[in-house]
Design a binder for this molecule. Structure first.
Ligand code: GLU
Length: 562
């Protein structure tokens, strides 16, 4: 009579290594006490999801802040879903957001570290060593169930209102005599390998999650597939083998995996491997019509990190936002530590939300605005250039044409105590400042400008054009921006008064019809001349940057249109 050993040798004749050999090949890491080994394990199925960036960011921070190792493993065992080349592009994108691996998969031709290969399809033999071991100890077996048999099983379970799946009395091939299994294999019958569970779904097991704390989950009793027909393992089995032999200390992954934890724990225990610690991270959600749902690839552009790159949200704004999602005390820390790098913040599991994190684009905007305002103009210029190089070539050309000019524009009301917060993303800049460039300004339509001023909250009135003309001519005659902003504005007010625009708010409010408007309206006419619109960055600085000649050219152009 054949035994488990014979079965294992028949199935894996070429696998000579043992689990002990693997233990030696991938020894325990020599790291200081408390150093965490974490990983990000994406499947190469396309783009980088915002939720994946969040998970990888959190995983990498825990490793780095503890002096440990953060590695990337490519989980490409689902060959049907694979998109060519997306593995390497995931790594490149992560890098753009500052999530940088210490070790692991970089591209199909590059890996770092000695715990590899880091691409699962290159690890087939490693999985087989462990499966061979499980067969030898009677805890894994070939299953010959056909699609029809499995469909029939589902039908019976549904009819009997039983838990679906392949387990216990429903696990038809679980107790197939070894001789019969061997005969079937020799006969060429197709099969996959299943784990033989010893669990019982009537039992509860106590588990601990670093974020969610102590939990009770239903014990696993499913004889899950561990090796598929294509010779590659399923997620569950690859997780066991890889996280063990890559010596992961903390499995930080999305909470959709929490329900599989009992399977994983049974696998670890059966192999005699030490269990890693688990931290199931909140999933990023969105509120729609009052209901929460996961950020969806199909419905939400912001589900793809590419969206934030294209729009030009600064990395430091977006990452900081994700840190606020990760830890509830991040914002308070930031307020106390304005000068520090966001990566100086120490993440902790106990400050992590246990319910899904709600995605809030307005908050991304406000954090980005806040952070971008404090960038030095020269640094921001380089950031905008790098973005424009990829996403707005015309803008890039304009900047490169005169970088100093562009930096001066960026520096309007920047590099001071309370800088202006105009831009949340690089793509906000061009629409606000494009009028500075002659090539843009010259194409602006000046024929239909709005020459009205406010009378009160509900009413506006058109200022007679000859008054505007006279004011602007006079303004040019006494033009002087080589004084302080305050002096310039005082002069403007004096001139405005001459044309019956008051700077006495109360008087205007009481009797608006006694005046042509308020002094600020006169600054508005200068804006209209220089930019063909009423809102511009601080007009005093705009004039200083444009220079007298251009300012006059533009004012004259407006006058000719009046
Ligand atoms: N490949 C799995 C996924 O993309 C990884 C889960 C894990 O981190 O273990 O969801």
């Amino acid at each position: 009579m054949a035994n488990y050993n014979d079965l294992a040798e028949l199935i894996f004749p070429d696998i000579k290594e043992t689990v002990e050999d693997l233990e030696k090949r991938y020894p325990k890491r020599n790291l200081p006490e408390g150093a965490m080994v974490t990983r990000f394990a994406p499947s190469p199925t396309g783009f980088l999801h915002t939720g994946s960036l969040f998970t990888s960011l959190v995983s990498s921070r825990f490793a780095k802040q503890s002096g440990g190792v953060f590695y990337i493993r490519l989980e490409d065992t689902d060959t049907k879903r694979e998109i060519e080349g997306s593995g390497a592009s995931l790594v490149t994108q992560l890098k753009k957001f500052g999530v940088i691996l210490d070790e692991g998969y970089v591209s199909d031709s590059e890996e770092i570290g000695s715990y590899g290969p880091y691409k699962q399809s290159n690890r087939a033999d490693i999985y087989k060593v462990c499966i061979k071991h499980l067969i030898k100890i009677g805890r894994a077996y070939p299953c010959f169930a056909t699609q029809e048999e499995l469909a029939e099983l589902r039908r019976v379970q549904e009819a009997n209102k039983e838990i679906p799946g392949y387990y216990g009395k429903y696990a038809k091939y679980r107790n197939l005599p070894i001789d019969e299994a061997i005969a079937k294999i020799k006969n060429g019958d197709s099969y996959i390998i299943r784990f033989k569970s010893m669990g019982d779904h009537n039992n509860k097991i106590a588990v601990h999650d670093e974020i969610k704390g102590d939990l009770e989950l239903t014990e696993n009793d499913q004889d899950i597939v561990i090796l598929k027909g294509d010779g590659l393992p399923t997620y569950h089995f690859a997780h066991l083998v890889d996280d063990h032999f890559m010596r992961t200390t903390h499995v930080t992954r999305g909470e959709e995996w929490l329900s599989s934890l009992p399977i994983h724990l049974e696998l670890f225990d059966t192999m005699g491997f030490e269990r890693p610690k688990y931290a199931h991270l909140p999933v990023i959600m969105k509120v729609e019509n009052g209901n929460r749902r996961k950020l969806s690839k199909r419905k939400d552009p912001e589900a793809a990190t590419a969206f934030f790159l294209e729009q030009g949200y600064p990395k430091y704004g977006f990452i900081e936002y994700l840190l606020t999602l990760a830890n509830s005390n991040y914002e308070a820390w930031r307020e106390q530590n304005l000068d520090k790098d966001y990566f100086d913040f120490k993440l902790s599991f106990d400050k992590m939300g246990v319910d899904g994190a709600l995605f809030d684009i307005e908050k991304v905007e406000s954090i980005s605005k806040e952070r971008m305002a404090y960038r030095k103009a020269a640094d921001l210029c380089e950031e905008v250039l790098a973005w424009a190089n990829e996403y707005n070539k015309d803008f890039e050309k304009l900047i490169l044409n005169d970088k100093k000019f562009f930096t001066e524009i960026l520096n309007i009301e920047r590099e001071k105590d309370k800088p202006r917060k105009d831009y949340a993303k690089y793509s906000d800049i061009y629409p606000i400042i494009s009028f500075f460039f002659d090539s843009v300004y010259n194409d602006l339509d000046m024929s239909n400008l709005d020459y009205t001023v406010m009378v009160n909250k509900n009413e506006v009135k058109e200022v007679p054009h000859d008054i505007i003309k006279a004011f602007l001519n006079d303004y040019m005659a006494s033009y002087n921006v080589d004084v302080t902003e305050e002096e310039w504005f005082e002069n403007l007010k004096a001139l405005a008064l001459k044309y019956n625009f008051t700077s006495d708010r109360k008087a205007y409010k009481a009797n608006p019809n006694d005046f042509n408007g308020q002094a600020g309206d006169c600054a508005g006419f200068i804006r209209l001349a220089l930019a063909a619109r009423k809102n511009t960055p601080n007009i005093y600085f705009v004039q200083r940057i444009l220079g007298k000649n251009k300012v006059f050219e533009r004012i004259n152009r407006l006058i000719n249109n009046l």
